[in-house]
Structure formats: C-alpha cells, structure tokens
Write a protein that binds this ligand. Structure first.
Ligand code: NI
Length: 256
C-alpha cells in the first residue's frame, strides 16, 4: 500500500470534503498519511486529525515562512506535543529564501531551535529548503543533523546536493514535480538516489502531478508519482510502492 509521507489536510482547500476524501483513501490503496504541521494552528489541527483517523500520523513544526509568530511560550507548547503518541517527526522546518519573510536571521534561529528539539525528543526531521541549499546544508552539518535523521521534503536541488544528504543518511521526499516535463535536474537526481532513500509525498493541496497539474492535489494522485519514479529507474510500479512504504515505516518508526 502507498505511504503518503507529506500532506496538509488541515488546509482550508479541504474544508468541503475532508472527511469523505480521507475516508476514501484506503480503497484507493493509500493506507497511511503523515499530516505535516507548518504553523502553530496547523499543528493543532494536525493533532485533531490524528486523533480522529487511525491511519493518520503527525509532524509538529513551524515552516520557515511562519517562524515570525514564534516565541518561547509557543516553543514550549510545540516541544510538549512532540511527546504525544503518533507524532512521528519534527517538521516542516528549514529555510525559505524564496520568500524573504521573516528575515534570514529569524528563520535560522528557529530552524536551529527546532533541529535541536528533534534531537532532544529523538524524532526525525522533515526539512523544507527553498532557494537556500548552501545555508540549509551548512547548518545541518554544523548541528550534526545526520545523527537526528530525516527527510528532505520536496527535494528540488541537484545531484551534488543529493549526494551531501545521502552522506548524512537522509531520505528524499519526491512528489508531483517529478512528473513535470521541465524537471530535468530533479529527474537526474532521482535517477541517482537509491530507491531505499525515497519517500512518496504530495504536499497536498499543492504541487499536483501531471495530468492534474494546477488543480488541488491529494494523496489520490500518488500513483502518478510512483509511476514516474518507476519509469525513471526502470523498475515496476509495485516495487516503488512497496520499497517507499518500508522506507517511511523505517524513518518514522511505524511498525507494519
Ligand atoms: Ni509541506
């Protein structure tokens, strides 16, 4: 069965049909979902979703673009949530220089704090890094993030950067972008990354794959992603689904 490693079902894009959509996932071959926090509010909603749906797990973290809202009290709350049952990662955390808000200094401060939180709680991290390849890698190496372990979500960098993360034993979240015709560098990177280090993800409601590009994304689109990876690597669709599921269970420490 397909393991969805990164979705945002708390998003308002799912306001109208969240329940029916989530309840239909299993019959479409998707048996587990990690809902990823990106702000304090989305962490709260993620906790509710986890309680309601047995197949749903959660990641607790604040996205770099949202770190302007953080203070010590919030951080303490966030830390406490990390000990809850079914919380499987700290994320999504990182650096986003595409949107220079808040300023780099603030993003870096809270990235470091959340990386250290992951280490303290023994959870892996879910990394968001956009237009910030060098700084993300520098910080992660300096803070020994290899010992914490985790996944580079929506990996969008080159084969060379992929190698640096492989050396740290990280996983790579691959989603809809792999089906885009102009994603040449990503395709090269995915051909290079061992299947044992790849997780399937959507980032729903964003980044729907071809042929649904531009529409609202959901985990139902994951077969398109798995097929694209299978084609690139010259292996079967079934193998991609099976191995990426095992990878996610290993990283998030979820038993079968
Ligand atoms: Ni995301």
């Amino acid at each position: 069965m397909i393991f969805e490693s990164h979705a945002h079902y708390d998003d308002e894009a799912f306001e109208e049909d969240r329940g029916s959509l989530l309840e239909s996932l299993r019959e479409h071959g998707i048996d587990r979902v990690v809902n990823v926090g990106a702000s304090l509010e989305s962490c709260r909603t993620t906790l509710e979703l986890m309680e309601k749906y047995p197949f749903m797990y959660g990641a607790m973290g604040v996205h770099p673009s949202e770190t302007g809202e953080l203070n010590e009290d919030h951080f303490k709350w966030l830390s406490e949530q990390c000990c809850k049952d079914k919380v499987v990662a700290v994320g999504e955390i990182g650096l986003d220089y595409h949107w220079k808000e808040p300023e780099e200094k603030v993003q870096k401060y809270w990235f470091e704090r959340q990386l250290l939180l992951a280490r303290e709680t023994g959870l892996p991290v879910i990394i968001h890094s956009r237009d910030a390849a060098r700084d993300t890698l520098d910080m992660m190496q300096a803070l020994h993030a290899g010992e914490t372990g985790g996944v580079i979500h929506c990996f969008s960098y080159t084969k060379e950067i992929a190698k640096a993360y492989l050396d740290m034993d990280y996983y790579f979240g691959i989603g809809g972008v792999i089906t885009f015709q102009n994603a040449k560098k990503l395709k090269e990177a995915v051909a290079y990354i061992p299947l044992e280090k790849i997780l399937l993800e959507t980032d729903s409601p964003y980044l729907a794959p071809e042929p649904n590009r531009g529409r609202r994304n959901s985990s139902l689109n994951l077969p398109y992603v798995a097929r694209a990876i299978a084609e690139l690597k010259g292996i079967t669709y079934e193998e991609v689904v099976e191995v990426t599921e095992k990878n996610a269970q290993r990283l998030f420490r979820i038993s079968e």
